[in-house]
Ligand binder design. Structure first.
Ligand code: MSP
Length: 522
């Protein structure tokens, strides 16, 4: 199969440990890539860390360690967190990687050679939180950065500037001519307005103010400013090289989607596009901007003391697998909207959907299969593709693929739960226990077959969110562990004896609220 899918996430700053906001993005991205792998062979996910800049330099100095030591220490925290959450990236890039640094220098030189980078003395308001100059229009009434609520520093420097204005019209055309380039589409107008007021941007800082970064070739006084360094990761990680791009680069580029937070859309859909235009490279197909995760409805911040690490959630609920947390996070917000985390909601949501709805359905159906048929599915139980549940299963599958194409990840999860609800209702309406009592053996067997075949659909559709639960469901159905959509057609459930009493176990244990609360106090 020639089709490919290349997904990237934002690369995280490593001046602290990962929190559930960072985790939200990586989980959404992982859910998307796992879904794509169910459909095509060549789906590639890149993630990484953004390691240069003034913030890292300052934090390291305060801790009396080198910036690289700080990066190494925090990089492992990100790496461990993604491992614990089973983020199945194909590559994790660090902007301190030698290969990346080499190619960023090449990119800078090429833009310089094109005449798109020039030197200019400039006075501006610099926010170290954004690692960016802000225009007075961007500030709050009190003159603060709206994202970091900090007063930006007034800085006068001679820096290199990138001619963003040269690409303004082309970028606007690209955005307008490519519906679906920026998703959700509600962000498009906001961006076009920002584009109207765009100015050339500084792409370097003086060495005297920022040492921790990639130097400009042949100019000892300047450090390449973080955004050109950071954005380039999407091409350097897969082997871009001005003179000799790798086979992998030729195969994967352009990116199919850059998954990022809503706070950095401007950098991706304006700055990044202009850089790519200057490099004469194809442009990414979609920029998908997710919303932000709040904690108990407040913004997560060190000063509020409400920053939660993903590991703490798993530990608090004594979870050895990340499925419940992944599921909750991926369902936390409608596409592009903000979402909220609270312990109570978490428990409620996963207990309702994973334990009571999906888990119970499997459990009680397998128990009935043991009770009435000694765990055996007989040939005569097989239903055809035109039965009500089969049609519903197929429709759900199609709708899920469509939802993923629009990056509606929470909405797709909801489709699975709605389908499971309908199957539960089907069980109640058809009461297999009454059919068994009335000795309507074949009818009873057909109902159980339909439910178990629906469970196979549910397992496969749930896999991107809950890979372990999905696997357990397939094991209990005595199915091969294969999550490809290719095999997801009605009527393929294995027949014969599939289970016995002692093999039936809940696939997800309810989170016991008392236990969880006690644990939280530790
Ligand atoms: N280093 C830049 C990105 C460069 S991409 C070429 C950066 N780093 S960050 O660590 O501040 O954020 C990394 C990603 O996490 C961003 O997409 C950001 O939107 C996202 N989030 C950070 N906090 C978040 C929440 N509270 N909720 C959801 N996403 C959040 O920006």
């Amino acid at each position: 199969m020639n089709e490919k899918f290349y997904l990237t996430t934002a690369i995280d700053y490593v001046n602290g440990a990962p929190h559930i906001g960072h985790a939200y993005e990586k989980i959404l991205s992982d859910v998307i890539i796992r879904h794509k792998r169910q459909l095509i062979d060549n789906a590639f996910m890149l993630t990484g860390t953004d390691e240069h800049g003034i913030k890292i330099q300052k934090t390291a100095a305060a801790k009396n360690i080198t910036p690289k030591e700080l990066c190494d220490e925090n990089f492992s925290k990100f790496e461990n967190a993604w491992k614990e959450l089973e983020i199945s990236y194909d590559k994790i890039i660090r902007t301190t990687d030698e290969e990346h640094k080499k190619v960023v220098k090449q990119i800078f030189n090429k833009l310089l050679k094109n005449g798109d980078i020039y030197k200019h003395s400039y006075t501006g308001l610099y926010c170290s939180g954004c690692e960016s100059f802000l225009s007075p229009k961007d500030l709050t009434e009190d003159g603060l950065c709206p994202d970091h609520l900090k007063k930006p520093e007034e800085i006068t420097e001679e820096n290199y500037f990138f001619k963003l204005t040269k690409y303004k019209v082309k970028i606007a055309e690209y955005i307008k001519n490519n519906p679906g380039f920026i998703l959700p589409e509600i962000r498009v107008n906001e961006l076009l307005n920002q584009l109207e007021n765009i100015e050339d941007i500084s792409v370097s800082r003086t060495k005297s103010s920022v040492q921790w970064g990639i130097g400009v070739d042949g100019d000892d006084t300047q450090t390449i400013y973080v955004w050109i360094d950071a954005l380039s990761n999407y091409i350097t990680a897969i082997g871009y090289d001005i003179n000799n791009p790798s086979e992998q680069f030729k195969k994967l580029w352009p990116a199919d989607v850059h998954v990022i937070g809503k706070d950095i859309i401007k950098f991706h859909s304006i700055y990044w596009l202009a850089i790519l235009m200057s490099l004469e490279l194809p442009l990414p197909k979609t920029i998908y901007a997710h919303g932000w995760i709040t904690i108990d409805q407040s913004k997560m911040s060190k000063s509020l003391g409400n920053v939660i690490a993903p590991h703490d959630v798993l530990k608090a609920f004594n979870l050895t697998e990340p499925d419940a947390f992944r599921y909750y996070m991926a369902s936390a917000a409608q596409s592009g909207k903000d979402g909220n985390y609270s312990d109570e909601d978490f428990k409620e949501k996963v207990n309702a959907d994973l334990a009571n709805n999906i888990g119970n359905l499997l459990n009680r159906t397998l128990n009935m299969l043991v009770k009435y048929f000694d765990g055996e599915i007989k040939q005569e139980f097989i239903s055809n593709k035109s039965c009500k549940i089969a049609i519903m299963a197929e429709n759900t599958k199609t709708q899920i693929i469509e939802a993923f194409n629009k990056y509606e990840i929470a909405e797709a999860a909801n489709l699975i739960v709605t389908f499971s609800d309908s199957v539960n209702k089907y069980v109640t309406d058809n009461a297999p226990w009454s059919l068994a009592k009335e000795e309507k053996t074949v009818e009873c067997g057909q109902v159980l077959y339909n439910v178990l075949e629906a469970m196979r659909y549910i397992a496969i559709m749930l896999y991107p969110y809950c890979p372990n639960i999905a696997k357990d469901i397939l094991i209990q159905l005595n199915e091969n562990i294969d999550f490809k959509y290719q095999n997801l057609t009605w009527g393929k459930l294995k027949i014969g004896k599939i289970t016995q009493k002692e093999n039936i176990k809940p696939v997800f244990l309810r989170l016991d609220s008392k236990f969880a609360t006690d644990k939280k106090k530790d």
